[in-house]
Design a protein around this ligand. Structure first.
Ligand code: SF4
Length: 467
């Protein structure tokens, strides 16, 4: 017999409603609550609150709200607060009752400004450490890559700092001094290193973002996310945010440091793509006893630009006894001068020899003849390059591509591709929360029993002392 819907008469009082019973046993938020300690935040932000005055929303609840915001990729904080009373599972997760008053959406932005990036960094590091303790991190091999994130600012907000207009319009001068002041006060290492203040184009709504272009697309206001991922369970062990213009090669050593600090394990092999293959990175890895499994940047640019159609460096043989190069025409190239900044010597044949040479067209386009460069630590460099061209390195480089693409692809479900908040510190907070959620998912799906006592702090937080 067909049932019919009765006319709904809303009850005013429910006497047997228990939110805990309404949330299913295998609900993902139940697992999050079981395994993740949000109460650590009380100690972390203790000094950010006064002794007197209005009682704040508990910091642990605020942190959980931010987690919901990213985890469910809610469009805005206002929408999150509007949705909370409608979702029993969210109410249960946050510890609210059906008739509890939900805070205003502004508590989240105020908390971010009050706590700063450090609180979220600590949250990220704690979850990484939980993954280490659960045996989900090997730690000896670190895979690295970077990805662009679109800033929360329109391209229409970009102004040309050097434009004549700014000298004619007083409001431009006021704006410029405000932007420069903001950059100085942010005190960010990345902002300083990126030379943000010297940029020609700058956004008036998000001055930390930089106008960058990758591939054939249009230039956009972007940030760059740099990540280090461990292979065993694909836990993100290190992450950094910089303006889009920062070259990823410059962040390699700090990613290795963060990984070692966060996991307590020494990196034995660094795996990355050829953009990381600079002389500085090879030699830094050599100094630290790390195998460099990444192709040389110089190697990938061989035969392009001004080098197109001319003899490669390998066509010249080096005589280490006399410190000379012998060219394909049998002429000698002698050491001429030293470039202090780049730490290499320049070698050149006598100008007469190159002028008379029949191979000249295949060798050089320079009027003064062919020159070659040799780094002061060329032997170390050659050793590292041989290692980078070995079979093990090639296998790792292939693995890296899929592993890193997966890590960033998973982030897109948490709204990774566009910044929610402005300024470098805002994007850093978003990235720490996104990476934390990804690691949390790894932890929850791999752990067998409920953990009760995670060891914190790490036994020796600064592993750099030991490795
Ligand atoms: S151009 Fe100069 S360096 Fe090149 S092959 Fe001829 S002599 Fe040698």
């Amino acid at each position: 017999m067909m049932g019919r819907q009765k006319r709904v008469q809303r009850k005013l009082f429910y006497t047997i409603l228990n939110l805990d019973q309404r949330v299913r046993k295998d609900h993902i938020l139940r697992k999050v609550k079981n395994y993740i300690d949000f109460d650590f935040i009380y100690n972390e932000v203790n000094d950010k609150y006064g002794i007197n005055g209005n009682v704040s929303v508990p910091p642990s609840v605020i942190l959980m709200m931010m987690l919901l915001l990213i985890f469910y990729n809610v469009r805005s904080e206002r929408e999150l607060m509007d949705t909370i009373p409608e979702r029993l599972d969210w109410l249960w997760f946050l510890g609210y009752d059906l008739d509890d008053e939900i805070p205003n959406h502004s508590v989240l932005s105020k908390a971010r400004a009050r706590w700063g990036v450090v609180a979220f960094k600590m949250f990220f590091e704690r979850i990484v450490w939980q993954c280490v303790q659960a045996g989900l991190v090997d730690g000896s091999k670190l895979f690295m890559d970077s990805s662009m994130v679109q800033a929360d600012a329109s391209n229409n907000s970009v102004v040309n700092k050097q434009s004549l207009k700014r000298y004619l319009n007083k409001s431009y001068q006021i704006l410029e001094s405000r932007l420069e002041e903001e950059q100085r006060s942010s005190g960010s290492d990345n902002a300083v290193k990126s030379g943000a203040a010297d940029r020609k184009y700058i956004s008036t709504t998000d001055p930390d973002a930089s106008v960058t272009r990758r591939g054939k697309g249009k230039s956009k206001l972007q940030y760059q996310i740099h990540r280090g991922v461990d292979k065993k369970c694909e836990v993100i062990t290190a992450t950094e945010v910089t303006p889009g213009e920062v070259h990823e090669a410059h962040r390699m050593q700090s990613l290795i440091d963060s990984h070692q600090n966060n996991t307590g394990r020494k990196v034995e092999t660094a795996v990355a793509d050829s953009k990381y293959g600079t002389i500085e990175n090879y030699l830094a890895c050599q100094d630290r006893g790390i195998k460099a499994h990444f192709n040389s940047l110089e190697e990938t640019q061989k035969g392009t630009g001004s080098k197109k159609g001319i003899f490669p460096k390998e066509a010249f043989s080096y005589d280490d006894v006399d410190d000379i190069f012998i060219c394909p025409a049998g002429q000698i190239l002698k050491r001429r001068k030293y470039f202090k900044k780049r730490k290499h010597y320049e070698y050149i044949a006598s100008s007469g020899a190159c002028n008379r040479c029949q191979l000249r067209k295949k060798c050089t386009k320079a009027k003064s003849g062919r020159t070659l460069k040799r780094h002061v630590r060329q032997d170390d460099l050659n050793f590292m390059l041989d290692q980078a061209n070995g079979g093990e390195a090639k296998k790792d480089i292939r693995t890296r591509q899929h592993l890193m693409e997966r890590s960033y692809a998973r982030s897109t479900r948490y709204g990774f591709k566009r910044a929610r908040w402005r300024k470098l510190w805002g994007v850093q907070i978003q990235e720490y929360l996104t990476a934390t959620i990804q690691n949390m998912m790894v932890l929850i799906s791999n752990i067998k029993e409920q953990a009760t006592a995670w060891l914190w702090p790490r036994p020796n937080p600064d592993i750099r002392e030991r490795v």
